[in-house]
Design a protein around this ligand. Structure first.
Ligand code: 17E
Ligand code: FE2
Length: 413
């Protein structure tokens, strides 16, 4: 299969991308616009062709449970955890699988082919984890799925928390998670981070910690995670998710913190729609934005990407799988509508996320890499966001996986 009339990010002119089997075989410059001659080929119509979108942070086990058994009325993270605790008691293997599959279909329909999902392991039966390990195999034709062993109710503060984390890794989790700001004491938060870093180092797992997801400026577990990563030389394999307390740290502390973060080489995920909804809830006015310092991390040369976090769950009532919606909202929320940010904004849902997920040579529009790519509806990053564009075709393993027909407008005058 060939994809003709393709524009590539960071390059001028048009290209023909040749796919052979499940690999990209060649990327050839075109002298002029070509007409489609082979019905097997795809015409990018002088719009962008990019590597697939990535969802680096979502909770598939809780997806599509909002309102069950009750709605989160305060809009806080903490009431969300309580509501989920009640719903969790009712979950079954098949219920987890059915909802995860539905949510994954929404992601696939928006051009996502790589997903990292947090799965709650504070459950003595590990029901959700066992179900998600099956889902990971069943959806291989649609997405590459990474499973995080996520201790929603704590590692040190939950009965047998350490054993459940260890068992989850033995069963097949790819990534070790954590939630230090939710542990009962600061000391437990610190020891939970040391425990989870030991577990990851021993097992070879990646790390992705829900870190400082609170407006409390005293929540400073990010420095602990970064230092553990630095000392062990594991930074590239470690991700700090949310880190919204950083939005409340003062500049003097952040100046010092940034030096360590940079030295550590860890990655960051921000979920801007989720955080703008859940945070700021204990403020009156002025009201904090409750998001991490996305633009500042990026300017300092660190790796940041955007995630959705939720689709219709106890923490967030909306969501439809469209990561471009998160990108647009995030650029607003993080003061990133400047010209230079708009020029390269797709980095936040493609290349930066690939680095966070450690995809390496399994990702990217380059000869020899997997024939996984998207045909977009706009010629550049800026226009893609401005026009609220879509992924029109998703190609995976060299075959068309998804096609979208955009809405058509008809006018009489
Ligand atoms: N659990 C949590 O601790 N934080 C979140 N944002 C979600 C689940 C969605
Ligand atoms: Fe999360």
């Amino acid at each position: 299969m060939n994809i003709i009339n393709a524009r590539l990010r960071g390059k001028s002119g048009l290209f023909c991308i040749r796919l052979e089997g499940d690999r990209i075989a060649a990327i050839e410059p075109q002298a002029s616009v070509l007409a489609l001659s082979n019905p097997e080929d795809l015409d990018a119509s002088q719009n962008l062709v990019v590597a697939p979108f990535i969802e680096p942070h979502i909770h598939l086990d809780a997806a599509l449970t909002a309102g069950e058994p009750r709605w989160n009325m305060s809009g806080t993270l903490f009431e969300g955890i309580e509501c989920w605790g009640e719903r969790k008691a009712l979950t079954t293997h098949d219920d987890i699988k059915a909802r995860a599959r539905k949510a994954l279909d929404m992601l696939v329909d928006h051009g996502i082919q790589h997903v990292r999902t947090h799965v709650d392991v504070t459950d003595p039966a590990l029901t959700a984890l066992k179900a998600m390990v099956e889902v990971r195999d069943e959806v291989r034709q649609l997405v590459d799925l990474q499973i995080v062993a996520f201790p929603q109710e704590g590692i040190e503060s939950f009965a047998n928390g350490r054993a459940l984390m260890t068992e989850a890794v033995a069963i097949g989790a790819d990534v070790v998670g954590g939630i230090p700001h939710f542990e009962n004491t600061r000391d437990q938060g610190v020891s939970s981070v040391k425990f989870l870093m030991d577990l990851a180092e021993r097992s070879g797992c990646l790390v992705d910690v829900h870190c400082d997801e609170t407006d409390d400026p005293q929540s400073r577990f990010l420095e602990v995670l970064a230092e553990e990563a630095r000392v062990r030389g594991m930074g590239a394999r470690v991700t700090a998710s949310h880190t919204v307390a950083m939005g409340s740290y003062d500049n003097a502390y952040c100046y010092k913190l940034f030096r360590l973060l940079k030295l550590s080489g860890i990655n960051f995920v921000s979920c801007p729609t989720e955080s703008i909804h859940l945070q700021g809830r204990f403020d009156s006015f002025p009201k904090r934005r409750g998001v991490t310092r996305v633009a500042e991390l990026d300017r300092a040369g660190m790796n940041v990407c955007f995630g959705q976090d939720s689709i219709v769950d106890p923490w967030y009532p909306l969501g439809n799988g469209n990561i471009l919606r998160i990108l647009e909202a995030g650029l607003h929320i993080c003061h990133m509508l400047g010209y230079e940010d708009l020029q390269r904004c797709l980095d936040l849902i493609t290349d930066n996320s690939a680095r966070t997920l450690n995809l390496g040579e399994r990702y990217g529009i380059e000869v020899g890499r997997p024939a996984n790519l998207l045909l977009l509806s706009a010629p550049d990053d800026y226009e893609m966001v401005r026009s609220q564009g879509h992924a029109l075709v998703s190609v995976r393993h060299g075959k068309v996986l998804m096609r979208r027909t955009p809405a058509r407008v008809e006018r009489s005058a």
